[in-house]
Design a protein around this ligand. Sequence first.
Ligand SMILES: *[C@@H]1O[C@H](CO)[C@@H](O)[C@H](O)[C@H]1NC(C)=O
Ligand SMILES: *[C@@H]1O[C@H](CO)[C@@H](O)[C@H](O)[C@H]1NC(C)=O
Ligand SMILES: *[C@@H]1O[C@H](CO)[C@@H](O)[C@H](O)[C@H]1NC(C)=O
Ligand SMILES: *[C@@H]1O[C@H](CO)[C@@H](O)[C@H](O)[C@H]1NC(C)=O
Length: 218
Amino acid sequence: MGMAAVILVILGILLFQACTTVPCCPGVYKAPSLSAMPGSLVLSGDNLTLQCHSEIGFDRFSLTKDEKLRAPQRLEGQPSPNFLLGPVSHTHGGRYRCYCGHKNSSTWLAPSAPLGILITGIYEKPSLSARPGTSVKNVTLQCLSEIWFDTFHLSKEGSLSPTQVLHLQDRAIPYQVNFTLSPVTSDLEGTYQCYSSNSNSPYLLSQPSDPLELLVSG
Ligand SMILES: *[C@@H]1O[C@H](CO)[C@@H](O)[C@H](O)[C@H]1NC(C)=O
Ligand SMILES: *[C@@H]1O[C@H](CO)[C@@H](O)[C@H](O)[C@H]1NC(C)=O
Ligand SMILES: *[C@@H]1O[C@H](CO)[C@@H](O)[C@H](O)[C@H]1NC(C)=O
Ligand SMILES: *[C@@H]1O[C@H](CO)[C@@H](O)[C@H](O)[C@H]1NC(C)=O
């Protein structure tokens, strides 16, 4: 065994030992991150791709859903492998993580943070309307459903942040929640939609409400 090989093996052992615990060794190994295209809210029947962004040098990648392993994929020389999940159904809703490894080792390094994939289009849509806030400093978006749901989500078109979530407080019909948006600045302008869901199936959402465009004057 040449010198280079010995150094590689030692480095490999060090990396292996350092990275089998979580959180992992800053400066040596950075956990991958996982993102969804076109986004983490996906209409049932639409295509979904999950992309694992890792440091260069990994050649084995795996995806887990709700902590269960999906088929590992080897994508050599690709630092950001794509997992094509194809047209989604209700079975795709859940919490995903990606893992990276080296092809000569059976060890997976610390995984990405979990990414929740919400499948929409499962139930009938709620309705969304804007109401004046309790002051000019905030505005209320009311999401309302005639059918019983205990959780409501608000999304903003083009936003990368997760949906805002509220749980039903008042059990009177119609079932509704008020999302308060503040401060009222031009940052709030945009198109909003809300969804309803049940907490016993947290990753399955209704059809989106009709879109509501919010304009801020002044
Ligand atoms: C999903 O992707 C496949 C293959 O790229 C394509 O044929 C199909 O039309 C896509 N479906 C939708 C709903 O976009
Ligand atoms: C990985 O394993 C293959 C054969 O299984 C071997 O040829 C190669 O040298 C190994 N690579 C490293 C970096 O250990
Ligand atoms: C709306 O703004 C007013 C004045 O700033 C504040 O007192 C009130 O708590 C806000 N309402 C909510 C629901 O945040
Ligand atoms: C939402 O706001 C409306 C009026 O703006 C009010 O009538 C309703 O009770 C509020 N609902 C909840 C759940 O707070």
